[in-house]
Design a protein around this ligand. Sequence first.
Ligand SMILES: Cc1ncc(COP(=O)(O)O)c(C=O)c1O
Length: 406
Amino acid sequence: MGSSQTQPFCSDTAPFFRIREKDLLYDIDLLRDSLEKNWGNFCMGYSVKTNSLPWLLTYLKNEGFYAEVVSATEFDLVRRLGFAPNHVIYNGPIKDRAVFETVLFAGGYVNLDSTWELAWMEELSALYPERSFCVGLRVNCDIAALCPEEVLAEETGGRFGYCYENGVLKAAIDRLHALPNVAVGGLHLHSSTQSRTVNVYGALARIAVRIAQEYGLRLRYVDMGGGYFGGREDKPDYRDYFQEICKELSVFFDRKKTALIVEPGISLISRAATFETTVLDCKDIRGRKFVVTNGSRVNLNPLVTRHSYPFHVEYCSDPAERPTEPSQWVCGATCMEYDRLFEWKYAPALFPGDRIIYDTAGGYTMCLNPLFIHYFPAVIIERADGSLFTARDAWTNDEYLQKNHW
Ligand SMILES: Cc1ncc(COP(=O)(O)O)c(C=O)c1O
């Protein structure tokens, strides 16, 4: 695949994702430096579900990241890519027993979430009395009460973990404390919110302190999860979050004894990733201008949760010589009416061959793409030295037909 600048227009040019290594490294360094400066004793995990591109996972492994996984499939993937089982953080409400045991026995991090995992620990404790186990517990606390200003991911509050306010967390801790060879060694505080404020992370860190004090926990780690902003000039970044988190944690925890674990996803990859599309056609329908592109809303917004798509345009000819269009609707490549990305108002007329490049497009989209009409787009890596590398070829029917029988 050629570089975007030199790629000639032709109607079968396919859209693709691009990851710029320089920007990725910038955010990795920002994360590492913020953790180093504010806490020193830390573990960087990466949320595999956010973007499980094998190239990216391997890159992050080589940068020292652990893999944060929530399924047996993800665990198998990261093992195949060379992550050691003790470099895995196993989270989520539906765990696989075999993976659970593998990670636990290897000394990886296991954060319990469901009721039956407590019963698993009771069984394992009895089965292996000579071993000692250390597990974490995912905390569910009332964020709306702690931070009334925060815009929650779900209005009714989170559904993961053990509820602090109604005593379920305390009961889980008591159940584990009754086992002679099991220690509650960690608290897991991941809580997604839409507003992702620094404030909410301060409140979550205070909750970790409160729970550890209240229940007399000696924690090996506090896992603050992910959910941060990244790659946006108008929003906080790792420096702000970890200054606040560590300020609160240091009220009670000794940084030499308690490690800070993080599991960022989207904040690590947003700045580095773009989705690059080409204008194929411009149509006038009863006074409305429709610009048909080869990328789609399904590539950028598979969950239909986004309302804006930051973008920039690379024109195939001088835009100063084009008429200004009061309104152009940029549309996607599927045959669905709803596949309209944005209305561009009072802008140079778009022509076939122009390239519309969507910025901050790498989280949850590169791999969470429906196999709808078209399959996974290609992913190219722009290395720090400017050279290009294809990390994923666009999927074709060769991939789609695998494991089908007819
Ligand atoms: C447990 C856990 N950790 C980390 C993440 C990553 O979140 P984000 O991509 O918002 O950083 C998620 C995402 O939902 C998660 O559920």
